[in-house]
Design a protein around this ligand. Sequence first.
Ligand code: C2E
Ligand code: MG
Ligand code: MG
Ligand code: MG
Length: 278
Amino acid sequence: RSKRRGRGQITVYSSEIAEEMKRATHLEQALRNAIITDAVEVYFQPIVRLQDGAVLGFEALARWIDHDLGFVSPSVFVPLAEERGFIDALSEVLLSKAAEAALSWPQELFLSFNLSSAQLMDPGTSETILSTLARAGLGPHRLELEITETAVMTSADTAQRIIADLRQHGVKISLDDFGTGQSSLGRLRDFTFDKVKIDRAFVSQITTDRASEHIVKAIVAMCDGLELQVVAEGIETHEDAEKLKALGCGMGQGYYYGKPADTAATHTYLRSRYQQST
Ligand code: C2E
Ligand code: MG
Ligand code: MG
Ligand code: MG
């Protein structure tokens, strides 16, 4: 009896796996198609100076709405493109669109762009990025690349070479989602970054949880000492912003300052801001 039930469970289990594989393959086809038909978009979220709220740049965030599947999160389709080996193609399309949009912004604003871990294992990545920028006509000094601790640690040598090469061309490097990865502070010392982005997990609790407050305070102090710029991610309220300012955090990003918006809305947003201040 129990044997039969066991067998039944195995059947259910394997059909779930088969279902999941079918789903992933369908998603892969749809995504590949979206890249070809130019259906993948880039949105932009402002990164501000906390002191006065001035916009310093924007983070590019991939957006894809499929006819049948509807909204698919980049946390789903970016890893899928990595697994199925076409993150390069996806990323090139995204960077090219983002760079083109950034051309119409005031020149002092930076474009921050996410690199996936697979790209940091591929020695061809710096060349691809620089040539994509050149084709778009955006100077490398306007670009910042967001990478995660885990990505850097998994392929340390190659990643280090890619980072050094890009920095030599004026590209800046941000450490994204800081505090959630698997690195030790000692390993971090071996890499050269320009900026650290404190993960939303700490920022969202900063007014309610003493531990989060202390962690953010320590990260800010460490970044000051290392002469790294620091950005707090996921600022949603006025109270979050005030607390972070009081802790000496230089920059911030989050729904409180602006949700990710498409190219046209970003343009409008900038126009209204720049008319106000100049
Ligand atoms: P991330 O790079 O850490 O991006 C920040 C995420 O937090 C974004 O989610 C953004 O929409 C969200 N966010 C910003 N402010 C707030 C806030 O105040 N509250 C809350 N709850 N969320 C906020 P999104 O756009 O869904 O992107 C998820 C992740 O997907 C990104 O995390 C990044 O790792 C990846 N991703 C997005 N676009 C790209 C891309 O073009 N290339 C690569 N390689 N990865 C990307
Ligand atoms: Mg990011
Ligand atoms: Mg982040
Ligand atoms: Mg994240």
